[in-house]
Design a protein around this ligand. Structure first.
Ligand code: BMA
Length: 322
């Protein structure tokens, strides 16, 4: 249902220009994606051999062949944060109004928090602030609903045996200024223990269809002795009240199968973090025939891409448990 691109992986560490100052990095993965003012952009997570993380933009006119920028992204104003920020990673990009909003994870000594930055030209990014609570995988809806910005996020309520803070519930939160966020309602999606999506987190920002908000998320199966397996699934949320789940795939729709997904820095990982949905009408609804290009991190090592259609994803959501 999701067809991998024949040119895979799409981007590897060899594609990062030395002009970025990132010399011989270890890996490039988990990109955010957005279509803005006629161009396609990826915001890549690049990891140096120190394990420090930087974000680098890549741009394209067809979503297939990307030119990687020669400088790292900087968030202007982030230096005013008093706490030490060790890593900034896994950005999700949403075009809303005349701007692009970036929501990213930031590892600090006591917690991982979500930060927000905005740009109106994809060159200068202005930092707006961090939320206080420990959370990851924040994705902004592409329009306000009921006069508020809405995002899905995954509070870090669980700690793995290895000490990693993670979680098994995707929640909705709202804001009037993109800076202050409050969780609303009950969890939208919860992990399904013993199946493919025990721990979960949002993938790219939801896309509006006539049938509901289409969303893809990652799920982690933790019950295999030697390795967690990261896979992807889809869900459909109510248009007016996105805390209502209309449908959710029972099977995963993408799982590690290719060598570059099965082996690497963290084996057995597909981590969708960006997508480009080609055909939206004037009201922002995606056409069911629209092509969807999904960008994902493979084995925390490289960036891969697969394609499908909005209609195929909607159909997968509706497929019932066997
Ligand atoms: C998650 C995040 C992702 C990463 C994944 C697999 O917890 O840290 O950035 O891709 O694990 O290692």
């Amino acid at each position: 249902m999701l067809e991998r691109d024949p040119k895979t992986p799409l981007l590897t560490r060899a594609d990062i220009p030395t002009a970025t100052g990132l010399i011989d990095p270890s890996s490039v993965f988990n990109p955010g994606a957005v279509h803005f003012r006629g161009r396609d952009y990826l915001m890549l997570r690049v990891q140096a051999r120190s394990r420090a993380t930087s974000l680098v933009l890549a741009s394209s006119t067809d979503g297939r062949s990307f030119k990687v920028a020669e400088a790292c992204v900087t968030f202007e104003g982030i230096e005013s944060e008093a706490r030490t920020i060790h890593h900034i990673y896994d950005p999700r990009l949403t075009a809303i109004g005349n701007q692009v909003v970036v929501i990213f994870a930031a590892d600090m000594d006591d917690a991982c928090r979500l930060g927000v930055a905005v740009t109106d030209d994809m060159q200068r990014f202005r930092f707006l602030g961090f939320s206080e609570d420990a959370s990851r995988n924040g994705v902004l809806f592409p329009e306000q609903i009921g006069g508020r910005y809405l995002r899905l996020e995954r509070p870090n309520g669980t700690t793995t045996a290895g000490g990693v803070a993670t979680g098994d519930a995707i929640r909705l939160s709202e804001s009037t200024d993109l800076v202050h966020w409050s969780l609303v309602g009950a969890p939208v999606l919860e992990g399904r223990w013993r199946y493919w999506d025990e721990l979960i987190g949002s993938g790219p920002p939801p896309v509006k269809t006539r049938r509901g908000w289409l969303h893809i998320y990652h799920g982690v199966a933790t019950h295999f002795a030697s390795s967690n397996i990261y896979q992807a699934g889809a869900a459909l949320l109510d248009l007016q009240d996105p805390s209502r789940v209309l449908a959710r795939t029972w099977d995963n729709i993408l799982e590690p199968r290719e060598v570059y997904e099965l082996t690497g820095q963290v084996p057995n990982v597909v981590f969708p973090s960006g997508w480009l949905v080609r055909d939206l009408d004037a009201d922002g609804f995606a056409d069911e025939a629209s092509e969807v290009l999904v960008y994902y991190g493979a084995a925390d090592t490289c960036v891969a891409r697969c394609r499908t259609t909005v209609g195929a994803l909607l159909e997968a959501c509706a497929r019932v448990q066997q």
